[in-house]
Design a protein around this ligand. Sequence first.
Ligand SMILES: [Fe+2]
Length: 254
Amino acid sequence: MSTTPSRLRLLHITDPHLHADTEGLIHGVVSFDTFRAVIEQAMLDAQSPDVIIATGDLVHDETLAGYQLFQSLLAPLNTPVLCIPGNHDTPTIMSSVLNAAPFQVNGSFQAHGWLLIMLNSFIDGNVAGYLSSAELMRLSSTLHENPSMPTLVCLHHHPLPMGSRWLDGIALQNPQELFEIIDAAPQVRGILWGHVHQASDRQRNGIRLISTPSTCSQFRPDCDDFTIDNRPPGFRWLDLQADGTIHSEVIWLD
Ligand SMILES: [Fe+2]
């Protein structure tokens, strides 16, 4: 009898936008308080996560201290935390703080029969995202090496339009190059992102395409101009099943 758990449980947290100052605001929200509240609520769940995915904009003010706050809240959980940078991050500072277990920046990760590929779409000095040829080659070769392992691909920027003109102007700039590789790799079961500060869950060619609310403030869906939503902080559970299906649920804080 196999002792391998039948599914991989992921906690997806994104866009915490922390500051060095724990009183720092994002659109009127104290982002440290809401981040801590999200983590506390997630840890009250009867089923704890096997892996935590953090898809960027970890820090808003480009400070070492912001990353140290992120590190200090998550390190005690003793759960792998897979991180990628967003447009607000400073990758060198981020990597210098999150440089030891349980943290990992970029790369990939295998657990419970699933492969998680973390893609870096950060461009220095640009709010939009781009996957470099090196990053695309890494994706392609990692998929070739694991042709039968169900796979989730994670990045900061959205590879599909969200239906908001202002947000879609700062999307991933080369999604066609990503989808060329994904379309040739039927083991990819989903793509997961942050950046858009709103929940979405769609399908394309049988693949789940999912975004998750920010742990601080949200953007109102379907608005052509920048508009703050009054929805609360949120996070997402993803249960990656042994048969390659994904069960997922967004949790909004009370
Ligand atoms: Fe963000």
